[in-house]
Design a protein around this ligand. Structure first.
Ligand code: UGA
Ligand code: MN
Length: 302
């Protein structure tokens, strides 16, 4: 009887010891696994950083002007661009001086940016058929010519909608890349026509003698092309801004590089923000002058 109970005690002791040993081993394994995972994650992150630093920068020129929908549009745009690495945002206000509201928005975004302004000189103001946002885009181009050597330029209007995959794709632009733009004119799309991998024309409701029937949002340019044509600029004539600029850059149809999977997908849309009524101080009832509404309107009307 005694012999049996001693053996049982020993077995229990061995079992307890073994359990401790097993637990310790398991813990060691878990630690090791964690360490390995951390290392491989770090390797992925390092690799991504190296890749991102090697990528050519994308310079986005955005013309913008004061209106009731401006901050909504610019907030959406800035928060889209915040997802794109190695990007420099050139925001050019259509104004005689830059505004605090736009500057504060740019600072909040944390993006590298350049904040400029330029507007249409008075002598052009009464002329018909003048394109929008030309002088401010030209100012952005001037800044680029003086400050950037390599990279890719894209004109991004403040009210369009962008799929961030477009920015990754345009980094490969060697001369000029082209891609479809959704929600344009009567066809609801403007796209290069691709046959056997080459651009052979444009599916766009507005042809009107344009060699390049593209929207401003439908192409990106390698800065080499800009530097090789130091006098090329955006023309003034409404509806001919894109065509005129590409012609002045001495681009030919065969130079165009189709993106967006051979122009089979839409990655940018020509959205237009609905214009609601304009907030005005006189909309506040006298009985509400001691409420938040005064400050709210003050903030909106800055
Ligand atoms: C269309 C094209 O998509 C634009 O690229 C082209 O510049 C414009 O037509 C044109 O007619 O020239 P659309 O949506 O009709 O665009 O024009 P907006 O979005 O009103 O303006 C295009 C860009 O220029 C915007 O970023 C806007 O903020 C800016 N803009 C507009 C100015 O800087 N100043 C203005 O007086 C008007
Ligand atoms: Mn627009």
């Amino acid at each position: 009887m005694v012999r049996v109970s001693v053996t049982k005690g020993m077995v229990v002791a061995v079992l307890v010891l073994e359990s401790f040993y097993l637990l310790a081993s398991l813990k060691k394994l878990a630690d090791l696994e964690e360490e390995c995972e951390g290392k491989s994650q770090k390797a992925v992150a390092d690799n991504r950083q190296v890749k991102e630093e090697a990528w050519p920068p994308i310079y986005i020129i955005t013309p913008t002007y004061k209106r009731t929908t401006q901050i909504a549009d610019m907030t959406r745009m800035s928060q889209t661009l915040m997802h794109v690495p190695n990007l420099h945002w050139i925001v050019v206000e259509d104004a005689l001086k830059t505004s605090d509201v736009v500057r504060e928005l740019l600072v909040r975004s944390g993006l590298p940016f350049t904040h400029l302004c330029a507007t249409m000189p008075d002598e052009y103001k009464d002329k018909p058929m003048m394109g929008k946002g030309v002088f401010n885009r030209r100012e952005g181009i001037r800044w680029l010519r003086e400050n950037a050597r390599e990279g890719v330029l894209y004109f991004a209007d403040d009210d369009n909608s962008y799929d961030i995959r477009l920015f990754e794709q345009m980094r490969t632009t060697r001369k000029v890349s082209v891609f479809p733009v959704g929600m344009i004119l009567s066809l609801g799309v403007s796209s290069p026509i691709i046959r056997d991998g080459k651009v052979v024309g444009f599916h766009d409701a507005f042809q009107a003698g344009r060699k390049f029937a593209v929207d401003m949002a439908g192409f990106a340019i390698n800065l080499r092309v800009l530097h090789a044509n130091p006098d090329a600029t955006i023309p003034l004539r409404l509806s001919y801004l894109e065509d005129g600029f590409l012609r002045r850059l001495r681009i030919e149809l065969e130079d165009l590089e189709p993106l967006a999977w051979g122009c089979t997908q839409v990655l940018v849309w020509h959205t237009k923000t609905h214009r609601p009524g304009t907030p005005k101080m006189e909309h506040i009832a006298h009985t509400d002058f001691d409420t938040n509404l005064v400050e709210l309107y003050n903030n909106m009307l800055r």
